[in-house]
Write a protein that binds this ligand. Structure first.
Ligand SMILES: [Zn+2]
Length: 65
């Protein structure tokens, strides 16, 4: 059903935008930027998609309701 949801995350360090698969059942606490090769941790919320992505992770939307 919701397999392979994609979102774009923007690196807070170098501004590199990269498409990533959003996990449907768990939060992703960090990701590796392909632009500057940094590990980017989520700071404001549970998930790098909520912090830096153009769409929230499905888990966060579940928490709200
Ligand atoms: Zn970067």
């Amino acid at each position: 059903m919701n397999a392979n949801i994609m979102g774009n995350v923007t690196c807070p360090k170098c501004g590199h935008k990269q498409p990533m698969k959003i996990p449907s059942s768990s939060c992703q606490a960090f990701y590796k930027c392909e632009g500057c090769k940094s590990m980017i941790p989520a700071e404001k919320s549970c998930c790098v998609f909520c912090d830096y992505g153009d769409r929230k992770c499905p888990a966060a939307e579940k928490h709200k309701k």
